[in-house]
Design a protein around this ligand. Structure first.
Ligand code: ADP
Ligand code: MG
Length: 210
């Protein structure tokens, strides 16, 4: 079972990963955006980590709702409301139990991802964060490692796509040939989840075979 502390560690691990990869995310946002994705998420997840250090929400749902609110209040641009919605709606779907199962999380994440699709009006194949999040949420029904792989593959597979939503869509055909920054950061979020799960199970879980 996964408790509030697990979810705090997931958010902290995401903040660390976004911090490490901020320059790469901004570089990806440079040819098909406005070169701020790394800085946007760095600001947001740094605030999330700081808030979760001060406050200790008692349930998994409350951790994600608080994190989502922080993202919405600190991140400008498209990705703040979208990531904020993802975490808030996932948290809401988890309800107020002090512990949730892997299966509960998979179902809740699916609800959060659906809310992102509704808010942004995008679907898989439009070259957005959904190209990583939708396959990850599906694969999470199998395992954390399957979700990690699905998100990574989904992010890489955005390169040949034509952007249909967000700033990149203004470029039309010229958006082809560049990996989507939001799908890339979504893969970091899911990788941080898989890392947190692996650490929680003593580092033996996952069966990645590597
Ligand atoms: P902005 O585009 O406002 O500068 P960011 O650079 O932080 O915001 O985030 C850009 C990312 O947001 C894109 O790479 C894409 O993955 C995601 N995105 C943009 N619009 C949408 C949308 N309508 N639905 C889902 N994701 C979107
Ligand atoms: Mg941008």
């Amino acid at each position: 079972m996964l408790d509030a502390d697990f979810f705090r560690r997931w958010m902290t691990a995401t903040a660390a990963s976004v911090d490490r990869e901020a320059d790469r995310l901004t570089a990806l946002d440079s040819p098909i955006g406005d070169a701020d994705h790394g800085a946007n998420l760095q600001r947001g997840f740094t605030a999330v980590a700081a808030t979760l250090k001060e406050e200790a929400p008692a349930t998994p749902g409350a951790v994600l709702i608080l994190a989502g609110r922080r993202l919405i209040s600190t991140v400008g641009g498209a990705s703040g409301p979208l990531y904020g919605t993802l975490l808030r709606r996932t948290g809401k779907a988890l309800g107020d139990s002090p512990e949730v199962s892997d299966t509960d999380l998979a179902a809740a994440l699916r609800t959060g991802v659906d809310a992102v699709a509704t808010l942004g009006g995008a679907a898989p194949g439009d070259k957005t964060m959904l190209d990583a999040l939708v396959p990850a949420a599906d694969a999470l029904r199998d395992s954390f490692e399957a979700a990690r792989d699905a998100a990574d593959k989904g992010a890489l597979a955005t390169t040949p796509l034509l952007a249909r939503k967000g700033r990149a869509s203004y470029l039309g055909e010229r958006s082809i040939g560049h990996q989507d920054p939001g799908a890339t950061s979504s893969a970091l979020l899911i990788a941080a989840l898989a890392d947190t799960a692996q650490a929680a199970s003593g580092g033996k879980d996952g069966g990645s075979g590597e």
